[in-house]
Design a protein around this ligand. Structure first.
Ligand code: OAD
Length: 254
């Protein structure tokens, strides 16, 4: 887009604590929301590229790949066990609740696609949630390929899980780098119906999620980004609302 995005656009209304940004939706609007690690940051969950993006000295890319799994299953399971523990100790924040609330009003005109593997959206009450990068609380046998609910922690070589049916290794039901995100067809179909794309707390660095804004632009969907800093793909957005998710979302649809 040649003119670049408008910062803090939409309509500004005064409030006791300063300026609030409001987005007005009509009964014809269909809202597609894409969230990233930033929406869970204020729940205490680390983002990927914040704080150096390191986990115990490893880059996330070194533990979230099929190559890492082949090289060191114990390391990979320790990483995801820690994340299971962290996420289960975290609580949804005001931004998760704000999205659940707007979903109540919009019903089927709302769709939430998240790159996050935590369950904070569901725990805030969201129902139409698609986890495009998989779910922290599911695992699957590498041979049977069927995901199943699993909240267990596997932190030693002795405790690594195997499939009860075929004895093959069980892995986290997470989409790793180099793998295809889940149900992309549904995502594209739903985005195609959207009149507004709201993207919250993602660095815009991982595709295909980072490319959804370009598809939205091609079909003239209004595109809005919310986060404390501009994402890598900032030029593609019509509007950028600078602020944290809990600062912006609760009053966004007022
Ligand atoms: P990143 O860690 O790349 O980006 C987090 C974004 O959240 C940054 O742009 C921050 O500015 C923003 N942010 C930080 N605090 C925020 C707050 N309080 N409110 C709103 N935004 C805030 O995380 P993602 O973009 O989600 O993939 O990463 C995308 C994918 O890369 C992840 O799903 C994961 C990762 O590797 C896989 O594991 C496959």
């Amino acid at each position: 887009m040649s003119d670049g995005p408008v910062r803090a656009g939409l309509s500004d209304t005064s409030s006791e604590d300063g300026i609030e940004q409001c987005m007005h939706l009509t009964p014809q609007d269909h809202l597609f929301v894409l969230t990233g690690a930033g929406i869970s940051a204020e729940s205490g969950l680390a983002t990927f590229r914040g704080s150096g993006g390191l986990w115990n000295g490893h880059r996330v890319e070194q533990v979230a790949t099929p190559e890492a799994w082949q090289a060191d299953r114990e390391l990979v399971w320790r990483f995801y066990s820690q994340r299971r523990r962290d996420a289960s100790e975290a609580e949804p924040n005001a931004a998760h609740y704000a999205l659940a609330k707007i979903e109540l009003e919009l019903g089927d005109r709302f769709y939430l696609c998240t790159q996050n593997v935590d369950d904070l959206h569901e725990r805030a009450g969201s129902q139409r949630v698609h986890h495009m990068h998989g779910s922290l609380y599911e695992s699957r046998c590498v041979r049977c390929d069927e995901p199943f609910a699993d909240k267990a922690l596997y932190e030693t070589a002795m405790s690594l899980p195997v499939c009860e049916a075929c004895r093959a290794a069980v892995r986290p039901h997470i989409v790793w780098f180099g793998e295809t995100p889940l149900e992309m067809e549904t995502i594209y179909r739903t985005l195609n119906r959207a009149t507004v794309l709201l993207v919250v707390g993602t660095s815009g660095s991982v595709y295909p999620a980072a490319g959804l804004v370009h598809i939205a632009n091609q079909q003239r969907t209004r595109t809005v980004y919310v986060g404390p800093e501009e994402p890598l793909n900032h030029e593609a957005f019509h509007e950028i609302l600078l602020g944290t998710a809990t600062e912006v979302l609760p009053s966004l649809f007022r």
